[in-house]
Design a protein around this ligand. Structure first.
Ligand code: NAP
Length: 167
């Protein structure tokens, strides 16, 4: 049975994105993202897939699953191996009950805002990079603190890596 974990970097004002991209550069976060998610399955909204640099699209060494309302239209445009789903709830249920083959044991929900809002209720944990800075943004991470508890934290200058577990 797959574990479902959201992974996100947000700033002091819950900003996660701006103009289709991420409004900061934090190499430590990118390295952690890559090391945690490699070998597993990543699920993302179509806009986040589009925002990935061509060089990292699809994300290597991971099963990439893109959520879109128009799967039939998108499927032929995607590289071989990238899966598409128009039904994110069903996709996660199938991963959890073992009826869908995935890579690794963890389904990583990697954004963006729409996907986090949809799938956070089904996530077991959140790997959060909490930035101490503030940025202009148009995409935000939803409130989760009532449903999850902080289980682990590593502090660094300007940011921290936090693991939150469902209460
Ligand atoms: N800081 C971080 O950790 C982080 C992580 C990821 C992304 N981001 C940022 O987040 C922003 C993108 O977030 P976003 O909310 O605009 O877009 P998104 O969640 O990446 O993608 C939205 C798209 O997902 C599809 N979708 C949404 N709900 C659906 C449903 N119920 N059924 C089927 N398909 C559905 C639709 O695709 P179609 O339009 O194709 O139908 C929709 O346009 C960017 O700025 C990105 O850089 C930040």
């Amino acid at each position: 049975m797959a574990k479902v974990v959201a992974i996100v970097a947000m700033d002091q004002g819950r900003v996660i994105g701006m103009d289709g991209g991420i409004p900061w550069r934090l190499p430590e976060d990118l390295r952690r993202f890559s090391s945690l998610t490699s070998g597993h399955t990543v699920v993302m909204g179509r806009k986040t897939y589009d925002s990935l640099p061509t060089k990292y699209r699809p994300l290597p060494n991971r099963l990439n699953v893109v959520i879109t309302r128009d799967a039939e239209k998108l499927r032929p445009k995607l590289p071989e191996g990238v899966q598409v789903s128009a039904n994110p709830d069903e996709f996660l249920q199938q991963c959890k009950n073992g009826s869908r083959e995935i890579q690794g044991e963890i389904v990583w929900v990697i954004g963006g805002e729409e996907l986090y809002r949809l799938l956070l209720p089904q996530c077991d944990e959140i790997e959060l990079t909490q930035l101490e800075s503030s940025h202009d943004g148009d995409a935000f991470f939803p409130s989760f603190e009532d449903e999850f508890v902080l289980a682990d934290e590593e502090k660094y200058p300007g940011f921290s890596f936090q693991r939150w577990q469902r209460r």
